[in-house]
Write a protein that binds this ligand. Structure first.
Ligand code: CA
Length: 236
Protein backbone atom coordinates (compact mmCIF):
# COMPACT_ATOMS: atom_id res chain seq x y z
CA UNK A 1 0.00 0.00 0.00
CA UNK A 2 1.52 3.30 -0.98
CA UNK A 3 1.97 6.10 1.46
CA UNK A 4 -0.60 8.85 1.07
CA UNK A 5 0.12 12.47 1.84
CA UNK A 6 -2.30 15.40 1.82
CA UNK A 7 -0.79 18.78 0.97
CA UNK A 8 -2.79 21.71 2.33
CA UNK A 9 -1.31 24.90 0.92
CA UNK A 10 -2.98 27.83 -0.82
CA UNK A 11 0.15 29.09 -2.56
CA UNK A 12 -0.46 27.27 -5.83
CA UNK A 13 3.13 27.25 -7.01
CA UNK A 14 4.49 25.94 -3.73
CA UNK A 15 1.78 23.28 -3.49
CA UNK A 16 2.50 22.14 -7.04
CA UNK A 17 6.24 22.06 -6.38
CA UNK A 18 5.84 19.93 -3.25
CA UNK A 19 3.39 17.68 -5.07
CA UNK A 20 5.84 17.00 -7.91
CA UNK A 21 8.65 16.20 -5.49
CA UNK A 22 6.51 13.89 -3.38
CA UNK A 23 5.15 12.04 -6.41
CA UNK A 24 8.72 11.69 -7.63
CA UNK A 25 9.58 10.11 -4.27
CA UNK A 26 6.79 7.58 -4.77
CA UNK A 27 4.16 9.04 -2.46
CA UNK A 28 0.51 9.23 -3.42
CA UNK A 29 -0.57 12.85 -3.13
CA UNK A 30 -3.74 14.91 -2.86
CA UNK A 31 -3.80 18.62 -2.37
CA UNK A 32 -6.13 21.34 -1.27
CA UNK A 33 -5.80 25.10 -0.97
CA UNK A 34 -8.71 25.64 1.40
CA UNK A 35 -8.83 24.76 5.09
CA UNK A 36 -12.46 23.70 5.21
CA UNK A 37 -12.15 21.55 2.09
CA UNK A 38 -8.89 20.05 3.37
CA UNK A 39 -10.54 19.00 6.62
CA UNK A 40 -13.27 17.20 4.69
CA UNK A 41 -10.74 15.49 2.42
CA UNK A 42 -8.67 14.44 5.44
CA UNK A 43 -11.68 13.06 7.29
CA UNK A 44 -12.99 10.99 4.41
CA UNK A 45 -9.65 9.82 3.02
CA UNK A 46 -6.99 7.63 4.53
CA UNK A 47 -3.80 9.62 4.75
CA UNK A 48 -0.53 8.73 6.43
CA UNK A 49 0.58 12.33 6.77
CA UNK A 50 -0.66 15.86 6.23
CA UNK A 51 1.45 18.88 5.32
CA UNK A 52 -0.54 21.81 6.62
CA UNK A 53 -0.10 25.50 5.92
CA UNK A 54 -1.42 27.80 8.65
CA UNK A 55 -2.69 30.89 6.83
CA UNK A 56 -5.43 29.38 4.73
CA UNK A 57 -8.75 30.53 3.29
CA UNK A 58 -11.85 28.78 4.61
CA UNK A 59 -10.44 27.57 7.89
CA UNK A 60 -7.17 28.43 9.60
CA UNK A 61 -4.58 25.63 9.61
CA UNK A 62 -4.46 25.51 13.41
CA UNK A 63 -8.22 25.07 13.52
CA UNK A 64 -7.99 22.30 10.92
CA UNK A 65 -5.36 20.66 13.11
CA UNK A 66 -7.45 20.91 16.28
CA UNK A 67 -10.56 19.43 14.67
CA UNK A 68 -8.53 16.71 13.02
CA UNK A 69 -6.91 15.73 16.31
CA UNK A 70 -10.33 15.30 17.86
CA UNK A 71 -11.81 13.19 15.10
CA UNK A 72 -8.98 11.47 13.32
CA UNK A 73 -5.41 11.78 14.52
CA UNK A 74 -3.15 11.83 11.49
CA UNK A 75 0.45 13.03 11.82
CA UNK A 76 0.69 16.66 10.71
CA UNK A 77 3.74 18.67 9.71
CA UNK A 78 3.01 22.39 9.73
CA UNK A 79 4.31 24.68 7.03
CA UNK A 80 4.88 27.92 8.87
CA UNK A 81 6.03 31.40 7.98
CA UNK A 82 9.36 32.60 9.25
CA UNK A 83 9.22 34.07 12.77
CA UNK A 84 5.70 32.82 13.38
CA UNK A 85 6.76 31.57 16.82
CA UNK A 86 3.22 31.71 18.17
CA UNK A 87 1.98 29.50 15.32
CA UNK A 88 4.74 26.95 15.89
CA UNK A 89 4.09 26.69 19.60
CA UNK A 90 0.31 26.54 19.22
CA UNK A 91 0.71 24.03 16.42
CA UNK A 92 2.86 21.69 18.49
CA UNK A 93 0.51 22.14 21.45
CA UNK A 94 -2.41 21.26 19.19
CA UNK A 95 -0.72 18.01 18.23
CA UNK A 96 1.41 18.65 15.15
CA UNK A 97 4.37 16.27 15.08
CA UNK A 98 6.73 18.73 13.43
CA UNK A 99 6.93 22.00 11.56
CA UNK A 100 9.07 23.40 8.81
CA UNK A 101 9.64 27.09 8.18
CA UNK A 102 9.08 28.52 4.71
CA UNK A 103 11.11 28.85 2.58
CA UNK A 104 12.66 25.43 3.05
CA UNK A 105 14.94 23.14 1.08
CA UNK A 106 12.93 20.28 -0.37
CA UNK A 107 15.51 17.80 0.97
CA UNK A 108 14.77 18.99 4.48
CA UNK A 109 11.04 18.58 3.99
CA UNK A 110 11.55 15.07 2.58
CA UNK A 111 13.75 14.14 5.54
CA UNK A 112 11.19 15.43 8.03
CA UNK A 113 8.44 13.52 6.20
CA UNK A 114 10.44 10.29 6.44
CA UNK A 115 11.04 10.78 10.16
CA UNK A 116 7.40 11.67 10.83
CA UNK A 117 6.20 8.61 8.92
CA UNK A 118 8.58 6.36 10.83
CA UNK A 119 7.74 7.73 14.25
CA UNK A 120 4.00 8.17 13.78
CA UNK A 121 2.94 5.42 11.43
CA UNK A 122 -0.84 5.32 11.06
CA UNK A 123 -2.11 1.82 11.66
CA UNK A 124 -4.38 1.38 8.68
CA UNK A 125 -5.07 -2.29 9.23
CA UNK A 126 -5.66 -3.02 12.88
CA UNK A 127 -4.59 -6.54 13.81
CA UNK A 128 -7.43 -9.06 14.00
CA UNK A 129 -6.37 -10.53 17.31
CA UNK A 130 -4.32 -7.87 19.00
CA UNK A 131 -2.82 -9.11 22.25
CA UNK A 132 -4.26 -7.36 25.25
CA UNK A 133 -1.42 -5.09 26.24
CA UNK A 134 -1.33 -2.73 29.12
CA UNK A 135 -1.64 0.82 27.85
CA UNK A 136 1.62 2.75 27.88
CA UNK A 137 3.82 -0.05 29.15
CA UNK A 138 6.96 -0.88 27.19
CA UNK A 139 9.12 -3.88 27.96
CA UNK A 140 12.55 -5.03 26.88
CA UNK A 141 13.65 -8.23 28.54
CA UNK A 142 13.52 -7.57 32.26
CA UNK A 143 13.13 -3.85 31.73
CA UNK A 144 9.66 -2.38 32.14
CA UNK A 145 8.89 1.25 31.35
CA UNK A 146 5.48 2.48 32.42
CA UNK A 147 4.25 5.75 30.97
CA UNK A 148 1.24 6.15 33.32
CA UNK A 149 3.35 5.73 36.46
CA UNK A 150 6.40 7.38 34.85
CA UNK A 151 8.59 4.61 36.18
CA UNK A 152 11.27 2.25 34.94
CA UNK A 153 12.11 -1.07 36.57
CA UNK A 154 14.68 -3.69 35.82
CA UNK A 155 13.95 -7.11 37.23
CA UNK A 156 11.51 -5.44 39.60
CA UNK A 157 14.01 -2.89 40.87
CA UNK A 158 13.21 0.76 40.28
CA UNK A 159 15.61 2.81 38.16
CA UNK A 160 15.42 6.52 38.83
CA UNK A 161 15.55 8.57 35.64
CA UNK A 162 15.22 12.28 35.03
CA UNK A 163 12.39 13.39 32.80
CA UNK A 164 14.65 13.71 29.77
CA UNK A 165 16.34 10.36 30.34
CA UNK A 166 12.88 8.83 30.64
CA UNK A 167 11.71 10.45 27.39
CA UNK A 168 14.82 9.32 25.57
CA UNK A 169 14.45 5.73 26.75
CA UNK A 170 10.75 5.77 25.87
CA UNK A 171 11.49 7.10 22.37
CA UNK A 172 14.13 4.44 21.76
CA UNK A 173 11.86 1.66 23.06
CA UNK A 174 8.91 2.82 20.99
CA UNK A 175 11.06 2.80 17.87
CA UNK A 176 13.08 -0.32 18.46
CA UNK A 177 15.10 -1.54 15.49
CA UNK A 178 14.95 1.95 13.99
CA UNK A 179 18.19 3.86 14.27
CA UNK A 180 17.26 7.31 15.57
CA UNK A 181 19.50 10.22 14.69
CA UNK A 182 20.76 12.58 17.34
CA UNK A 183 18.58 15.30 15.82
CA UNK A 184 15.45 13.17 16.09
CA UNK A 185 16.20 12.27 19.68
CA UNK A 186 16.99 15.87 20.49
CA UNK A 187 13.69 17.08 19.06
CA UNK A 188 11.80 14.42 20.98
CA UNK A 189 13.52 14.98 24.27
CA UNK A 190 14.52 18.62 24.44
CA UNK A 191 12.34 20.26 21.81
CA UNK A 192 13.33 22.72 19.18
CA UNK A 193 15.26 25.20 21.25
CA UNK A 194 18.26 22.93 21.18
CA UNK A 195 18.67 22.50 17.42
CA UNK A 196 22.27 21.71 16.59
CA UNK A 197 23.30 20.86 20.14
CA UNK A 198 23.24 17.15 19.47
CA UNK A 199 26.03 16.43 21.94
CA UNK A 200 23.31 16.79 24.60
CA UNK A 201 21.96 13.50 23.27
CA UNK A 202 25.30 11.76 23.83
CA UNK A 203 25.30 12.99 27.40
CA UNK A 204 21.84 11.56 28.13
CA UNK A 205 22.75 8.29 26.43
CA UNK A 206 25.78 8.09 28.71
CA UNK A 207 23.57 8.60 31.78
CA UNK A 208 21.13 5.96 30.58
CA UNK A 209 23.91 3.46 29.95
CA UNK A 210 25.36 4.05 33.38
CA UNK A 211 21.98 3.56 35.04
CA UNK A 212 20.87 0.57 32.98
CA UNK A 213 23.45 -1.12 30.73
CA UNK A 214 26.34 -0.85 33.14
CA UNK A 215 24.32 -1.25 36.32
CA UNK A 216 22.79 -4.51 35.13
CA UNK A 217 25.58 -5.67 32.84
CA UNK A 218 23.46 -5.74 29.69
CA UNK A 219 23.79 -4.26 26.23
CA UNK A 220 20.58 -2.44 25.45
CA UNK A 221 21.49 0.82 23.74
CA UNK A 222 23.62 0.46 20.65
CA UNK A 223 25.58 3.20 18.91
CA UNK A 224 25.45 3.21 15.14
CA UNK A 225 28.48 5.17 14.11
CA UNK A 226 27.73 8.39 12.28
CA UNK A 227 24.00 7.74 12.44
CA UNK A 228 22.63 7.58 15.96
CA UNK A 229 21.29 5.14 18.53
CA UNK A 230 19.05 2.09 18.54
CA UNK A 231 17.53 -0.47 20.87
CA UNK A 232 17.12 -3.75 19.06
CA UNK A 233 14.25 -6.11 19.74
CA UNK A 234 15.60 -9.52 18.84
CA UNK A 235 18.13 -9.93 21.59
CA UNK A 236 16.36 -12.48 23.77
CA1 CA B 1 -0.97 30.34 3.09
Amino acid sequence: MSTRILIVEDEEKLARFIELELVHEGYEVEKSGNGREALEIALRGSFDLILLDIMLPGLNGLEVLRRLQKEKPIPVILLTARDAVYDKVSGLDAGAVDYITKPFAIEELLARIRVALKLHAVDKQPAQSAEPKQEGVLTWGKLVLSVPSHSVRYDGKEIFLTNREFLMLKTLLENRDIVLSRDTLLNKVCGYDFVGETNIVDVYIRYLRAKIDEAYDIKMIHTVRGVGYVIKSEEF
